[in-house]
Design a protein around this ligand. Structure first.
Ligand code: SF4
Length: 217
């Protein structure tokens, strides 16, 4: 790390730390190493991301199950360690925002070499659930994709429960749903995970009011 630490004296530097069942316990050592390597606190941001078991990621015992409460606990314990050691920390991967798939009129699409359009960056296979037209054929659909109706169609339980996490969840990641649940027309509920993270962050804010400002959500 010493080779790169000098950059942080002139530039903003983000260091991503992948959390697994194994690496969580080593995070304290990692932040100590940042000091030893001479990273400049003013310009250095530590970014946490839990590594999850998904179909395109060969499962390992130390990976977290998607949206598991264990992953939420790992985020919170490492955030606490970073704040106590006076490092800026980003949890931008904790609440993954609605993605390009949820845009009725997307600002971003992927175009395959043969002209077919995928509405979603992780699914580039011509899957009809993610198909968004053909720039060499019929072009892009003029009337939108019906995304709003699709999401609302999946959200019966969310509405009934008046789930406060709907704006950041929107019934879950369509790519994950397709891989793990074999359909995009369903909800992948992460409410226990969200609640665990929020209660952990509330406790941190109460305990570390001054340092909490260094947290980037
Ligand atoms: S967390 Fe569960 S209940 Fe809440 S919006 Fe997501 S899928 Fe619906």
């Amino acid at each position: 790390m010493k080779e790169f630490s000098g950059l942080s004296r002139e530039l903003k530097v983000s260091l991503k730390y992948n959390l697994t069942g194994n690496s969580t316990a080593c995070f304290g050592e990692f932040v100590s190493d940042l000091d030893a390597a001479g990273f400049d606190r003013r310009n250095t941001l530590v970014v946490l991301e839990a590594v999850k078991t998904v179909d395109y990621n060969p499962a390992r015992p130390e990976y977290f199950k998607s949206a598991s409460e264990a992953a939420a606990d790992a985020y919170i314990s490492c955030t606490e360690a970073a704040l106590k050691a006076d490092w800026k920390i980003s949890l931008s991967h904790v609440f993954q925002p609605p993605c390009m798939y949820t845009q009725e009129k997307p600002s971003t699409i992927l175009i395959c070499p043969d002209g077919r359009v995928s509405r979603y960056i992780s699914v580039y296979t011509g899957d009809p659930d993610f198909y968004g037209g053909d720039v060499l054929g019929e072009g892009l659909p003029a009337s939108g994709y019906g995304v709003r109706e699709e999401i609302l169609g999946n959200a019966g339980q969310c509405m009934k429960a008046q789930c406060p996490y709907f704006p950041i969840c929107m019934t879950g990641c369509p790519s994950f749903k397709k891989m793990a649940m074999k359909s995009v027309r369903t909800a992948f509920c992460r409410r226990p995970y969200f609640e665990r993270v929020v209660s952990g962050l509330s406790a941190l804010r109460a305990a570390l009011a001054h340092d909490y400002r260094k947290l980037d959500l």
